[in-house]
Write a protein that binds this ligand. Structure first.
Ligand code: DC
Length: 215
């Protein structure tokens, strides 16, 4: 069974996907980590990130779970420890513009999902990678509330207005990009989390999935 959760950056997809997968005893598959794994691999090999968008090199991409942690392995090297490095975070969006790498990532996700019940979060999961997902969610939230949450998370270290501007800029890029833009997938359950707690969002998703399991 595949449950997809798409939505804009900062809408809480990852947190909710993790909690929902725990509740259902499914695997939480984080698709962004695959982009990050390839980015880490390219950086380690000294590639010039500005030329990555059009690069076509054969790579083998694998992902596996060890003690609940998603590992990403590129050409037999495990990059798990570097997936959240700052330079990897900067390079991952460039990788996501490369059609060749996207195909490799899509195939890796599809191969994994054939063998596991999973909750997969990302930006193109229900719309493109798994248009036949069993239950699709689109987790929305106003830009103002996302900026507000981030402001609290960072304990005011970055001004609210700057965070809001960054979120609006990111939304614009995600929604207008040529390849796999962020859209509400057909048949998706749209959940607006602006005025909901994490527990309330989780309850809504869990009940929808339970409903589907009964059918
Ligand atoms: O969610 P994240 O920051 O870990 O994602 C890393 C990059 O990969 C980000 O630039 C968006 C891109 N991405 C994507 O294009 N499609 C996905 N399903 C997941 C991530």
């Amino acid at each position: 069974m595949i449950i997809s959760i798409d939505g804009p950056a900062g809408s809480g997809k990852s947190t909710i996907a993790e909690l929902l997968s725990q509740k259902l005893k499914f695997v939480h598959f984080n698709s962004g980590l695959l982009y990050r794994g390839i980015a880490a691999h390219l950086l380690k090999n000294g590639e010039d990130i500005s030329s990555v968008e059009h690069m076509v090199v054969p790579i083998t991409l694998k992902t596996k779970f060890v003690d609940g942690i998603q590992h990403v392995i590129v050409n037999d090297v495990d990059y798990t420890a570097h997936l959240k490095d700052n330079e990897v975070s900067v390079a991952a969006p460039v990788v996501s513009k490369n059609i060749h790498f996207r195909r490799i990532i899509d195939n890796c996700q599809r191969a994994f999902a054939r063998e596991h019940n999973c909750v997969i979060d990302g930006r193109d999961i229900g719309s493109y990678v798994f248009p036949n997902a069993d239950v699709k969610f689109y987790l929305d939230c106003t830009a103002e509330e996302r900026a507000n949450r981030r402001f609290k998370e960072l304990k005011g270290a970055i001004p609210y207005q700057q965070l809001l501007d960054e979120i609006n800029a990111r939304d614009y890029i995600d929604k207008t990009k040529d390849i796999a833009p962020l859209v509400v997938p057909a048949d998706a359950n749209v959940i607006d989390s602006t005025n909901l707690t994490i527990e309330q969002v989780l309850d809504v998703l869990y009940l929808k999935v339970k409903d589907k399991l009964k059918k």
